[in-house]
Ligand binder design. Structure first.
Ligand SMILES: *Cc1c(COP(=O)(O)O)cnc(C)c1O
Length: 549
């Protein structure tokens, strides 16, 4: 069909080459080539991550962005696979962020066990789509089994319960999602729909929409209650669900920096007296993104039970702590929740992206059933019937395999290392006069700031105005030091804004550290503080000048 002799001189897109990229390597030669490529990926990237101890390369984002301005798609193939792989290893990887570095302790994205890369490759090779049985078969059953294992870890119902539901096509214990954001959205979707049930003349919110729902149920607004430290994905969820961001009611935190139960109860009582207001859910946080603090889950459970409110726990970060016998008590009461979010790509150490949502009531997800004529027919086991996502990969295979390879004990060791290393780090910060610990770690996250003793003293003895002035000087110092450390590329902590004392009226800049890499040790953390001290002294040689400015 094409003149193939040209192929030797330049790359072409023709039927023969097209066929070749689709068929399995038949002869020994092409097998070896494929194995060579896989080696190139696995070893090339792995060696790179190991030798490249820093976090980022010294190239400015502006310079880099100048190299990415080509907006044309080549008509003819420009490169062969091995050249593309080589380019990625040589040019992309060094300019990406080495999140696997033990010195990268700023975010919830970190090193993953090496076997995850293999498992990810398997799911790509199988390319199952668990939206329906017809494209996944056993993987839909495996997903139901993995969900039941985790459900059992959380809720601990009896054998009969799990035997009844594990492969039941009518009920669902939860679902895999693309992440915590969609897991939270799914949970609030269910909560919203349970509130706006069909009544005479109204076929339910999903069918008739929010405007009809308001009339039929005689309501004016629906609210969601969460502590001030709630994740912003809840805002997105309320936006998408038509509830509105303004109807997420932030509850103050108490001196422990977790939700103030007294204020929560008072707010619920106040809202209950408003005629047109309904509460869709109260959200408890099991490991807040900024501070790692866990809300008093049991007590929130009491309140939700008393007032008959849907109780959601956002355990995107903290969920896997349940695997540690030593620390699972920190999540006591999570089993009271009607729905729970847990991320796989966080403390299950899975590659991007995967999350999960769980429901205590196996019938809860009937609130979000969708059928289509060509898939997801009524009565089938198709997982897509009750899922926000359409097509999705078989992430349950990765989690199931990882649980087999690690055992709960393996995960427990990782979790415990993070928690204990964070405690060590907090001690280190307390013992250095240049630093001030802002939130001591409950799990493996803590915040602190650079605050020279002179400025700390100044702040203590004066009124609110002086306090704000000192804090704005410290904000500037912390921003500059954090930025310089990030740009130098050897280590990375992130920054956010929090009040210094839980009751303070204003937020200040704090440095945020998330410790989940098992290779992050005491020496690593001590070196990170050393570097921050050095940068601080170089940038601000005299504190007096800082105060005077
Ligand atoms: C990370 C996180 C989320 C959002 O999860 P994504 O996977 O990033 O979508 C929600 N809640 C909490 C508490 C989180 O830490």
């Amino acid at each position: 069909m094409e003149n193939t002799s040209k192929k030797n001189y330049r790359l072409v897109a023709d039927w023969e080459t097209l066929h070749r990229v689709f068929i399995r390597p038949e002869d020994e030669d092409s097998r070896l080539t494929l194995v060579k490529y896989m080696e190139q990926i696995l070893y090339g990237l792995h060696d790179f991550l190991e030798t490249h101890v820093g976090v980022t390369e010294e190239i400015s984002l502006i310079k880099l962005s100048e190299q990415y301005t080509d907006t044309y798609i080549d008509k003819h193939p420009a490169k062969k696979l091995n050249d593309v792989i080589k380019d990625i290893i040589d040019e992309i990887a060094p300019r990406a962020v080495n999140v696997a570095s033990p010195y990268f302790v700023g975010h919830m994205t970190s090193a993953i066990p090496f076997f995850m890369v293999h498992l990810k490759a398997i799911t790509a090779a199988l390319n199952q789509n668990v939206i329906k049985l017809e494209t996944s078969k056993v993987l839909s059953l495996l997903e139901k089994q993995v969900l039941a294992k985790l459900h059992r870890l959380i809720y601990q119902f009896d054998d009969a319960f799990y035997q009844h539901h594990v492969q039941n096509s009518e009920t669902s214990l939860g679902a895999f999602t693309t992440g915590g954001t969609t897991a939270n959205l799914t949970a609030l979707w269910v909560a919203r729909n349970s509130l706006l049930q069909p009544i005479s003349g109204f076929q339910g919110i999903e069918q008739d929409g929010l405007f009809q729902a308001m009339k039929a149920h005689q309501i004016e607004r629906i609210v969601v209650l969460v502590s001030k430290r709630g994740h912003y994905s809840l805002n997105k969820a309320c936006g998408v669900l038509g509830l509105g961001n303004a109807n997420i009611i932030p509850i103050d935190v108490d001196e422990k920096r977790s939700i103030d139960l007294h204020r929560l109860r008072k707010k619920i009582q106040q809202l209950s007296r408003e005629n047109g207001t309904r509460i869709a859910a109260v959200v408890g946080i099991a490991g807040s993104t900024e501070t790692g603090i866990v809300d008093p889950l049991d007590e929130i459970g009491d309140i939700c039970q008393e007032y008959g409110i849907h109780y959601h726990v956002d355990a995107a970060w903290g969920g896997p702590v349940l695997l540690s016998e030593k620390y699972r008590h920190m999540l006591k009461g999570i089993e009271r929740a009607d729905s729970i979010t847990i991320d796989c790509h966080k403390q299950f150490y899975m590659p991007m992206t995967s999350g999960m949502v769980y429901f205590k009531d196996p019938a809860a997800m009937n609130q979000i059933v969708y059928h289509a004529r060509y898939v997801n027919r009524p009565g089938s086991v198709d997982l897509g019937i009750k899922s926000l996502e359409g097509s999705r990969e078989a992430n349950s295979l990765i989690l199931d395999s990882a649980l087999k390879i690690m055992g709960s004990q393996g995960y427990a060791l990782l979790i415990e290392h993070g928690i204990e290393m964070a405690r060590n780090f907090a001690e280190m910060i307390r013992s250095r006069s240049l630093f001030q610990l802002i939130t001591s770690p409950q799990l493996n996250i803590l915040t602190y700031r650079i605050a020279p003793p002179q400025l700390q003293e100044e702040r203590e003895k004066k009124d609110q105005r002086v306090r704000e002035k000192v804090d704005s000087i410290l904000d500037d110092i912390n921003i500059q030091v954090q930025r310089k450390q990030r740009e130098d590329g050897k280590s990375f902590v992130s920054r956010t804004r929090l009040p210094v004392k839980p009751g303070d009226s204003h937020d200040t800049v704090v440095l945020r550290c998330v410790i989940m890499n098992p290779l992050t040790g005491v020496e690593t953390l001590s070196a990170i503080l050393d570097e921050q001290e050095e940068i601080y002294h170089a940038l601000f040689p005299q504190v007096e000048n800082v105060i005077a400015s």
